[in-house]
Design a protein around this ligand. Structure first.
Ligand code: MOS
Length: 736
């Protein structure tokens, strides 16, 4: 489908997002938009050094500010039971033991929290806080630090690690990617409200309410049921909401300290500092091909940054073990601790970084071999089996993605040699690359409440971070029950709803679709039970025998033995019918390997005098199994491609090497792709069901839209200019 070119006309048809009107009109509330009675505000003050210990904190001036209620520091705080001592802190797996240590691990680390009547009082008072430190040497220079860190084996080694050396065609090169930051539009925020000594309510921006609930049940040593977490509307996440960050605990501590509801909203610079980022990475890829273009060996090494207080591991080399059929593969990784906050999963985590290096290497080999990059990839894909586990792929259509994408961008018109195509001062280039991602599935529950008019509400704790999960759930419930979409409401993002895992890793829809299908069956079964009292046909009915409509229940075909819901409800004296069911992966995971994939194609124009790059066109063809909702799915992919453009050309979080400060940590200083940088993005799908993965046949799409995207762009720049660039982002200075 042509996503941006032939958008369907906007109508009132229920094809839009289930949350669309609420989000656009503002009636749907983000975490920071809630208000609790008697609420006050908290603002964090950060350390001014990157490494050392706090000698003393001066809060006297801040305390004088009218409206200040209290100030939390490591010497004055409500003790969090899960952080009572060093052993507990380690056990907590929380990461930064905020306000429970005098150690400073990075610049800007929260050292004090001002609680005041207004946001302005708290902000002003926080600016008056100062501290004395014992300073130790900070390590923030990844380039200097990484070479000394030994590499460890990652994944299973196959054949001989040195096989690439014996190949007639070889590439050996290093690749680097700068730190990148998620930057969802909605700031992370928490409103914490202790409704009793061990009863907590949180409005919090996150990607998984049950994860937040479990984390604080552990830290405060209270039953999970005593904690209610709301994250009903989420304005983007990109991975930044998959962890529970220090500010969330800080808000809860503040609410405890003053015994009032407290709101804590991060500023944009704090978003760069305290909610994770994609770690900076170094990679070395050594790859060989025989004269026919068969890949014979691959050695892929990667190091990436982490913090000094916690190790985060990005699976950068995983992609090298899954895409191509290579007999000799070795992958190695290491993390490099820096005096920065802990990085986290971001947009196609790991694979996205790895695919940049490997897919550029494949491109380089194609020019050495004088073979078309499309044909070279098709020749080497691991089509039938996952090379790592040896299991057959349940479904795998990366070859079809590549073929379809080549046709859509008119790959044939590409000139084989680089630097041959010019339009005035603009050099024209075509590039392509592939991406893959493990198609996962977790355990989840969903519930349905039916009203006597046949309207249903489908409920689950899963969040929708803007991906269209709620809309997908509505589509699946409609298909499973036959009830019209406008009679199906969706309730999400509350920890008291049927439990579900966090939305991330492209597993959301794959996971929840099973639970929704199971719940729809449970509804049919329950309604049949009520129907049996009126009509013997329904005795011993199975869900498959039941047909629902907007108005009633039938036996096997619509209208047969029809009983209206109103009659069922009346005869059985019901006000609502409630069901809940769970579903998760099973034996199919032992039998098959599951993947989603994508092929990215790009036409760029590179200005030969200024080094400016314009993406003229992007085509991405993805295999995500069945496409449950084409519009939401295409949104996912085109949004991910915009992220890929940012990764390729703009995104970089620089660090001051002397003081460890982040430079350009706001939306003016940190460049990412905006509308003017994004061309026509043509998105197409293979849209064939994976019948083994779950009842919907959908495999998940979020990540593959970006994995390989930056490589396609950089490969196109090579084709335009003859210049091989291996450091992201490719800014104009690197091109000239
Ligand atoms: Mo995504 S990095 O799985 O939120």
């Amino acid at each position: 489908m042509r996503f941006f070119e032939n958008q369907p006309a906007v109508t009132n048809a229920p094809e839009g997002r289930v949350e669309g009107v609420a989000k656009v009109t503002g009636s749907g509330k983000y975490a920071a938009e809630y208000h609790a009675g008697n609420m006050c505000y908290a603002v964090m003050a950060g350390s001014t050094i990157a490494s050392g210990t706090i000698k003393s904190i001066h809060t006297t001036d801040a305390r004088q500010v009218a409206g200040v209620l209290d100030i939390i520091t490591h010497t004055r705080k409500p003790l969090v039971p899960g952080m009572a001592d060093a052993a507990k802190i380690k056990e907590s797996r929380f990461g930064l033991p905020v306000f429970h240590t005098d150690n400073i691990y990075f610049k800007g680390q929260p050292i004090a929290l001002v609680i005041a009547e207004t946001l302005e009082d708290a902000t002003y008072a926080a600016s008056l806080i100062s501290a004395e430190y014992t300073t130790t040497e900070a390590k923030v220079d990844f380039d200097k630090a990484h070479a000394a860190v030994p590499l460890n084996a990652a994944g299973k080694e196959r054949g001989s690690a040195d096989a690439w050396r014996d190949a007639p065609y070889q590439s050996e090169a290093e690749y680097t990617i700068e730190h990148e930051v998620h930057n969802p539009m909605e700031m992370h925020a928490t409103i914490a409200h202790w409704e009793g000594p061990d009863k907590l309510k949180l409005y919090d921006k996150n990607q998984g309410v049950n994860n937040v609930q479990r984390t604080f049940a552990r830290l405060w040593n209270i039953p999970a049921d005593n904690i209610e977490v709301f994250s009903e509307f989420v304005g983007g996440g990109f991975g930044s909401g998959l962890r529970v960050w220090p500010h969330c605990l800080a808000a809860i501590m503040a609410a405890k300290q003053v015994n009032r509801p407290v709101k804590l909203v991060l500023t944009r610079p704090q978003m760069f500092l305290l909610t994770g980022y994609r770690p900076k990475s170094w990679q070395k890829v050594r790859m060989g091909a025989d004269a026919g273009g068969r890949f014979t060996g691959l050695l892929h090494q990667a190091r990436h940054s982490t913090s000094v207080y916690e190790s985060f591991n990005d699976g950068i080399t995983r992609i090298s073990r899954m895409v191509y059929n290579i007999s000799n593969v070795k992958t190695e990784q290491a993390t490099v601790p820096l005096n920065m906050s802990t990085p986290t999963w971001m947009r196609g985590p790991g694979d996205c970084s790895g695919a940049f290096a490997v897919e550029c290497t494949v491109d380089e080999l194609s020019y050495q071999l004088k073979q078309d990059p499309v044909a070279l990839r098709l020749k080497n894909l691991a089509i039938t089996h996952d090379p790592e586990s040896g299991k057959p792929w349940s479904t795998h259509y990366l070859n079809e993605c590549i073929e379809k994408g080549a046709a859509l961008i008119n790959w044939q018109q590409r000139k084989p040699l680089p630097g041959q195509d010019k339009e005035g001062d603009w050099a024209i280039g075509y590039g392509m690359a592939t991406g893959m991602w493990n198609a996962g599935r977790g355990n989840a529950s969903a519930g349905i409440t039916m009203q006597r008019d046949g309207a249903i509400t489908v409920k689950t704790a899963m969040t929708d971070i803007g991906t269209g999960t709620g809309t997908g759930i509505q589509n699946i419930a409609h298909e499973q029950t036959g009830i019209a979409k406008n009679k199906i409401k969706i309730e999400l993002g509350n920890s008291h709803l049927p439990p579900a895992p966090s939305q991330g890793g492209s597993t959301g829809l794959s996971t929840i679709s099973g639970a929704v299908a199971a719940t729809c069956n449970a509804l049919k079964q329950k309604l049949a039970g009520y129907a049996a009292a009126q009509d013997d046909t329904y005795k011993n009915a199975q869900a498959a025998d039941i047909v629902l409509s907007d108005t009633g229940i039938s036996w096997q075909t619509a209208g047969n033995h029809f009983i209206a819901y109103t009659s069922l409800f009346e005869k059985n004296n019901l006000t609502t019918v409630e069901v809940e069911a769970s579903s998760g992966p099973g034996a199919e995971r032992q039998q098959y390997a599951f993947c989603s994939s994508a092929a990215h194609f790009c036409r760029v124009k590179v200005h030969t005098k200024t080094g400016k790059v314009k993406i003229d066109k992007m085509v991405t063809v993805a295999d995500g199994g069945s496409i449950v909702n084409e519009k939401a799915a295409a949104n996912q992919i085109s949004g991910a491609v915009v992220g890929g453009i940012g990764m390729a050309l703009m995104e970089e979080q620089a660090t001051d090497q002397r003081y460890g400060s982040l430079i350009g940590n706001d939306l003016a200083g940190y460049h990412f792709a905006v509308n003017a940088d994004a061309p026509v993005i043509e998105v197409a799908f293979i849209n064939k069901p994976d019948k083994n993965i779950n009842p919907s046949g959908a495999k998940g799409l979020g990540e593959v839209g970006i994995i390989g995207c930056a490589a396609a762009i950089v490969n196109a720049i090579y084709h335009a200019t003859g210049k091989r660039l291996r450091s992201l982002p490719v800014t104009p200075d690197k091109i000239l």
